[in-house]
Design a protein around this ligand. Structure first.
Ligand SMILES: Nc1ncnc2c1ncn2[C@@H]1O[C@H](COP(=O)(O)OP(=O)(O)OP(=O)(O)O)[C@@H](O)[C@H]1O
Length: 311
């Protein structure tokens, strides 16, 4: 049986210039435990797809069915992780996760069970050392870990992740990608993740769903990633199959779906493959502790980049 069925989904947004058709006939059938990445140029409609699956937007035509039940509102079985961690700043790490756990398990777990469950999920993302810290006292990568723990603690059937690692430095991103792969293989949740990072998509996914440019965006192509798990990024760097998948995604994005304005940029790039072209500028992290952490991390990040490029 299909676990998550996105069927003929189209959506129109009302705008001052009339209705804008963002998606047209998006079809995708997802199996339990599959890791799906959505990739496509900025503004093509990836977040809109995610928001429809989350129940935050209603499709104008078609719809989403999860385990035989139509999705028409948000629900705890579909947890969302955003790029900017979205923790409540006045609550501690523990309390941020507790809030979600109470929502889902009130009356079903005892106080002691809830406490153990919160700690277990923070343990999964290696954050038990900072239970009493508030979000402004921890780094961006740590906040993102807490966001993931909060989502996992809701025991969702489906994790919806909107560029969860997009604002992080390369090293932190790599650590979190590895943790996510481990957690997902243990828990077998279904994941739909939006990313602009081709390597991230190939490394993590069972299938990469490549979207056409909008308006009226749809699924352009689907790539099955048949690399054995567990996957190791260092070993994969030299793997011809990995590089073939990477090339397939890049060729979809830069040849089949190239945007006119990117043509000139791509020409002037020394590396036309640069995944940067896919990305809008990211919000800068606030100055303070995080930026100090980042300065330190950046030095390591450069080394990590050198290593990757040398590989
Ligand atoms: N609530 C809305 N009202 C009007 N237009 C919208 C709304 N939400 C999204 N859109 C439009 O729909 C299109 C798809 O937006 P969406 O955010 O899904 O793209 P995206 O692929 O996630 O982009 P990015 O990669 O930049 O985050 C865009 O043209 C956007 O302007």
């Amino acid at each position: 049986m299909v676990h998550l069925d996105i069927s003929d989904v189209s959506i129109e947004f009302p705008t001052s210039k009339g209705p804008y058709k963002a998606l047209d006939g998006v079809n995708l059938k997802i199996k339990q435990g599959e890791f799906i990445s959505l990739i496509g140029h900025s503004g093509c409609g990836k977040s809109t797809v995610l928001n429809i699956v989350a129940g935050l937007y209603q499709a104008t035509r078609g719809g989403v069915v999860l385990d035989g039940k139509e999705v028409d509102e948000p629900g705890p079985e579909r947890a969302v992780v955003f790029q900017n961690h979205s923790l409540l700043p006045w609550l501690s790490v523990y309390q941020n996760v507790e809030l979600a756990v109470k929502q889902v398990f009130k009356g079903k777990k005892t106080k002691a069970e809830m406490k153990a469950w919160i700690e277990h999920n923070l343990e999964l993302v290696h954050m038990t050392h900072a239970l009493d810290k508030r979000p402004d006292e921890i780094s961006g990568g740590m906040k993102q870990r807490v966001g993931i723990a909060r989502a996992l603690a809701m025991e969702p059937t489906v994790m919806l992740m909107d560029e969860p690692f997009g604002a992080l430095d390369a090293l932190t991103r790599a650590h979190l990608q590895d943790s996510l792969m481990e957690i997902q293989s243990d828990l077998n949740n279904t994941v739909i993740m939006i990313t602009h990072d081709v390597d991230e998509a190939v490394l993590l996914s069972d299938r990469i769903v490549m979207m056409t440019n909008g308006p009226a965006a749809t699924v352009g192509d689907i790539l099955d990633i048949e690399l054995p798990r567990p996957r190791n990024r260092i070993q994969l760097a030299d793997d011809p199959q990995y590089n073939h998948y990477r090339h397939e995604v890049l060729s979809f994005l830069y040849e089949k779906q190239r945007k006119p304005e990117e043509h000139t940029v791509a020409k002037s790039e020394s590396k036309p493959e640069s995944a940067q072209l896919l990305q809008e500028p990211k919000d800068k992290e606030p100055k303070g502790k995080e930026s100090k952490d980042k300065d330190a991390d950046n030095k390591v990040e450069h080394k990590a980049k050198d290593l990757t490029e040398a590989a």
